[in-house]
Write a protein that binds this ligand. Structure first.
Ligand code: NAD
Length: 483
């Protein structure tokens, strides 16, 4: 062991891959797995080695009809079930997720590419926490969303829920737990590259005896999602994904009676003032942009540093970047795993090239070899970035940070708000008054001070402007599922 952490030798610490993955998965409709009516399937692969993990049913219009009809039938009993009965199921689901946590973490890492440290310590525990939290709300809806006459508010009905691939099980929990707590039934569509943990969740729903039809899970790509959004018997659409698809969904739903919530993209600022604890702030930058390979909607992808400490921050960031270990996501030493798909890798590489072509300086540590197979992108950052640069404006959704500087708090706020998005922001300062003053002026749904990417089921999360509307989590999140 010599020199910096980057030169340390680590013994490999691979997590066992002994989890059951069936060669084929059907659609989960009316409490049972069944093949798609037309028999179509697609493959899901491990992005860290490109091996095929399983073959999955591809739902078409006729399957979407069956799933929605099943949710409609189940709604009658579920919305009238005693609140504590609904809570009982949510608690059971939460406990079963905890009991099967290792298996779910391994499955998520294999299907998504994110490091096992993250799935084990964040995704899966938070998914369980969402079910626990919402179990507690079932008999308190009267206080969550008060009605004029003091009666218990009614559920919205059948909810179509569409989720992305960056936090597959966690996003499923964010969607399903509040919907069920409020007495709704669900048709959930996971992203096409990461269906496995949603399907394992379906097995858990069977194990806990959730009444058939209360949750249906249909797999497929954008076309399946489109069918669900356009379905005439769905009362609400909850979508998490890109702003582009969110726009298309909003125009399909416009003019119908469907309720809609959209959790979309972001280009979030992370502001470091000169009076901040710099080492702590640099750690915050690392987690803000390089966790989950930067494939995080609220990633702090624009670092905005006070000019007087910019050199120090950049130097410390470069040093810290050297110590990040990129590679096998199942190794417990790994900090940065695989990019979720070839398409996403191509998109990230295109943005890196644009950044270089536009004249920004690209910083990357390239001394460690990457695995021969799979989709890999080393963490990097750009300096010399102007607000007009494409990489400063567009969501890259990868481990690519842009660094800009400011001289006054007003300039920091102006830089932070210079975006069409408004999902999250970070503020690093040792002065509480400055943190409040700056936070008050930033247009973002979630603002962290002296930390980043902290999530709690009790805290509402959601966007502003082109990052969407509606909140998930806490009391505010429940109102989206109550009529
Ligand atoms: P995406 O929009 O391509 O896909 C999201 C989901 O929508 C997938 O299940 C996909 O199959 C489905 N879909 C695609 N086209 C559709 C259509 N026309 N109609 C209905 N459904 C359709 O996004 P992605 O690439 O999977 O995820 C990355 C994006 O998600 C990023 O922009 C990220 O910022 C955003 N995101 C936002 C949040 C949030 O809470 N705001 C959280 C996670 C990810």
């Amino acid at each position: 062991m010599t020199g910096t952490t980057a030169e340390w030798e680590y013994a490999p610490a691979p997590e066992s891959t002994k989890v059951e993955i069936k060669p084929q998965y059907g659609l989960f409709i009316d409490g049972a797995f069944r093949p798609a009516k037309a028999g179509k399937t697609f493959e899901t692969i491990n992005p860290a080695n490109e091996s095929v993990l399983s073959t999955i049913a591809q739902a078409e219009a006729i399957d979407v009809n069956l799933a929605v009809a099943s949710a409609r039938r189940a709604l009658k009993g579920w919305r009238r079930a005693p609140a504590l009965e609904r809570a009982k199921y949510l608690y059971r689901i939460a406990r079963r997720i905890q009991e099967r946590a290792r298996e779910l973490a391994v499955l998520e890492t294999m299907d998504n590419g994110k490091p096992i440290r993250e799935t084990r310590d964040e995704d899966i525990p938070l998914a369980a926490a969402h079910f626990f939290h919402h179990a507690g709300w079932c008999d308190k809806l009267r206080w969550a969303c008060p009605t004029a006459d003091g009666s218990v508010p009614e559920p919205v009905g059948v909810c179509g829920q569409i989720i992305p691939w960056n936090f597959p099980l966690l996003m499923a929990a964010w969607k399903i737990a509040p919907a069920l707590a409020c007495g709704n039934t669900v048709v959930l569509k996971p992203a096409e590259t990461t269906s496995l943990t949603a399907l394992r969740l379906a097995e858990i729903l069977q194990e806990v005896d959730l009444p058939p039809g209360v949750v249906n899970i249909i797999t497929g790509a954008g076309e399946t999602g489109r069918e669900l959004v356009a379905h005439g018997d769905v009362d609400k659409i909850a979508f998490t994904g890109s702003t582009e698809v969110g726009r298309a969904i909003a125009s399909t739903v416009a003019g119908t009676k469907k309720r809609l919530t959209l959790e979309l993209g972001g280009k979030s600022p992370n502001i470091i003032f000169a009076d901040a604890a710099i080492d702590q702030a640099v750690e915050g930058v690392v987690s803000a942009i390089w966790a989950n390979q930067g494939q995080v909607c609220c990633a702090g992808s624009r670092l905005i540093v006070e000019e007087s400490v910019a050199d120090e921050v950049i130097e410390k960031l470069r040093l810290r970047m050297r110590s990040l270990r990129v590679g096998d996501p199942l190794d417990k030493n790994t900090d940065v795993g695989a990019i979720n798909s070839r398409a996403q890798l191509t998109r990230i590489e295109r943005y890196i090239k644009i950044g270089v072509d536009e004249g920004a300086q690209h910083h990357e540590v390239c001394d460690a070899a990457l695995p021969a197979k799979g989709f890999w992108c080393r963490p990097c950052f750009f300096t010399g970035v102007q607000p007009a640069h494409t990489i400063a404006r567009e969501e890259i959704f990868g481990p690519v940070l842009v660094v800009m500087t400011f001289r006054t708090p007003d300039e920091a706020v102006a830089r932070a708000n210079n975006t069409q998005y408004g999902l999250s922001a970070g503020i690093w300062t040792s002065r509480g008054s400055k943190a409040y003053e700056v936070a008050r002026q930033i247009k973002a749904g979630v603002i962290w001070c002296n930390t980043f990417n902290q999530f709690d089921p009790a805290a509402p999360f959601g966007g502003y402007r082109e990052s969407g509307f509606g909140r998930e989590g806490g009391r505010s999140g429940l109102s989206a599922y109550l009529a």
